[in-house]
Design a protein around this ligand. Sequence first.
Ligand code: NAI
Ligand code: MG
Length: 336
Amino acid sequence: TKHQVTMIAGDGIGPEISAAVARIIAAAGVEIAWEEVEAGAGVMAKYDTPLPESVFASIRKNKVALKGPITTPVGSGFRSVNVAIRKELNLYANVRPLQVHAHQFARAEDIDLVVFRENTEGLYAGIEHYVGDQAAESIKIITRKASRQIVEKAFAYAVSEGRTRVTAVHKANILKYSDGLFLEEARQVAAKYQQSNPEIKFDERIVDNMCMQLVQYPGQYDVLVMPNLYGDIISDLGAGLIGGLGLAPGMNLGDEIAVFEAVHGSAPDIAGQNKANPVALLFSAVLMLRHLGEKTAADSIEKAASKVLNKGEVLTADLGGTASTDQITKAIIAEL
Ligand code: NAI
Ligand code: MG
């Protein structure tokens, strides 16, 4: 079957890594009709906005998108183009699976975590103001609905993937109302799943302790679910545990739409130099292929990339090597 998928190449290293990923997917024999749409700082002059309506139209039609990183231009009216996409399409779950594919770069062999980050509210609601010129306030929004939705998503995933532990991460000891409400909803969802799926254990961690535990005992944790800001921070911590931003994939899920993107940004410092590591976006595309039902191709791409990483002969600079984007792409295709 031929899949129709929206492709947003994005800014900075985006065009280089998305071209690399499209080549690898084609080499794996998956037929995708990419519908390419433009967004980001690079198209400001052309459309007078970094986020033309055509982007939403395409994603709403195809329901699946692969997205490169986007730089938010100053003066565009957007706090973040990436956050705007997630909000507009109600992609309320940002999911970041952290597995060890490159053993020499991992902090522990047994890391196999999935971070569920609430994606639409919390401290990223974008409500800020100055109070006179000596203070500023940023409002953190936590709703029962969004909290319930993200915890539901995490449990449903745990059930479908055969996982056995869901940990809610919070700071309800201090933020008694906002995080308290998140935790109440988490406990209610957990109680419901205790009836239907008693094999899944539920527990809670305060976010600062969670950071320490993840560094000391990363192998003990499984599915983690948390409000927006904690998810942003913990998922980068997790990326560090498995070998860095060049390896960490992600997806943004709503009820019907899924947008797949790496954790990293547009890396302006190395853009256009054929130096970027395409593997984080490639692993995001592997998640996308599984979502599309292309399990065999997803597995073989994952295996081929892991082989190249573990051989260690063809690595990009972020992993201590000297290979170009092109060279690692060719090496992965050769393994396929
Ligand atoms: P960044 O992730 O772009 O870069 C951080 C460091 O990691 C840089 O030294 C970069 O060279 C390196 N790096 C990142 N990805 C790499 C890759 N695939 N291969 C090799 N090296 C890689 O984060 P930064 O510098 O904070 O942000 C740059 C821009 O990206 C900003 O405009 C930011 O807003 C945007 N951004 C976009 C995101 C998205 O589209 N989802 C996420 C994060 C940042
Ligand atoms: Mg981040």
